[in-house]
Design a protein around this ligand. Structure first.
Ligand SMILES: C[S@@+](CC[C@H](N)C(=O)[O-])C[C@H]1O[C@@H](n2cnc3c(N)ncnc32)[C@H](O)[C@@H]1O
Ligand SMILES: Nc1nc2[nH]cc(C(=O)O)c2c(=O)[nH]1
Ligand code: SF4
Ligand SMILES: [Mg+2]
Length: 209
């Protein structure tokens, strides 16, 4: 990458854009709501079951000016979901400031592993054991969405729930490849521990992006 472009990416005024699409939020609190998704490349958290491993290497995704991203997004929806990759790899301040100026609702999907930047109407925190969230993002999270791949993830979920604020909504979401095995266990767990709710990746059942 050219030095000038790298500097703009470092400032968050250009971002490695993997894809953008208009769809329905499939997961968590806002599931069922139409939203425009902006998928920013770059993640080194390394979840072995990640369903977008193509996003990890930021260099494969073209640095894109945030003006262009925002102008395009505004044509589709008032609700914008910033995901990745790990969006907090980058400074989210310039992008979200511009989205807020246009009156958009800004939502983020994040592991919380890096410094929390940006102006957010909704923060979905999905913590990962390999790189735990920063202390500040626990306090700011509106929903906690723990992925259940095996039994130890129930223990991890409780440990993570102890760190979020009192109004944070708690979700257990089956890891997609383990959904047949883990979904019945999640159902039992939620009935026994009703502070939790079930979240499914409904977009995958609907065959939409
Ligand atoms: C691809 S990640 C991108 C955002 C951010 N890096 C994160 O992990 O939150 C978007 C959401 O999908 C979840 N996810 C990724 N792979 C999954 C899988 N195989 N099954 C279920 N959920 C998955 C993540 O936990 C996260 O909540
Ligand atoms: N429809 C749809 N909903 C989603 N919610 C979170 C997603 C993500 O990959 O971050 C996602 C996604 O990829 N598609
Ligand atoms: S943190 Fe998110 S994008 Fe990164 S590997 Fe894990 S699920 Fe994939
Ligand atoms: Mg997804």
């Amino acid at each position: 990458m050219k030095k000038e472009v790298q500097q703009l990416v470092d400032k968050g005024v250009m971002l490695p854009l993997m894809e953008e699409f208009y769809s329905i939020q499939g997961e968590g609190f806002h599931k069922g709501t139409a939203a425009y998704f902006i998928r920013v490349g770059g993640c080194d958290v390394g979840c072995h079951w990640c369903d977008v491993k193509e996003s990890w290497n930021a260099e494969l995704h073209p640095p894109t000016a945030i003006e262009a991203i925002v102008e395009n997004a505004a044509k589709y929806s008032k609700t914008i979901v910033i995901t990745g990759g790990e969006p907090l790899t980058w400074d989210m301040e310039p992008l979200t400031e511009m989205l807020k100026e246009k009156g958009m609702q800004t939502h983020i999907e994040t592991s919380g592993a890096y410094k929390l930047t940006g102006i957010w109407d909704w923060i979905c925190l999905s913590p990962k054991k390999m790189k735990l969230p920063t202390e500040e993002v626990y306090k700011a999270a509106n929903e906690l969405k723990v992925i259940v791949f095996n039994n130890d993830d129930f223990r991890f979920a409780e440990e993570q729930a102890a760190k979020v604020g009192p109004d944070c909504i708690l979700y257990l979401q089956p890891e997609w490849s383990k959904r047949e095995k883990m979904s019945p266990l999640i159902v039992d767990y939620v009935m026994q521990n009703p502070k939790w709710k079930v979240s499914l990746q409904t977009h995958k059942y609907l065959n939409i992006p």
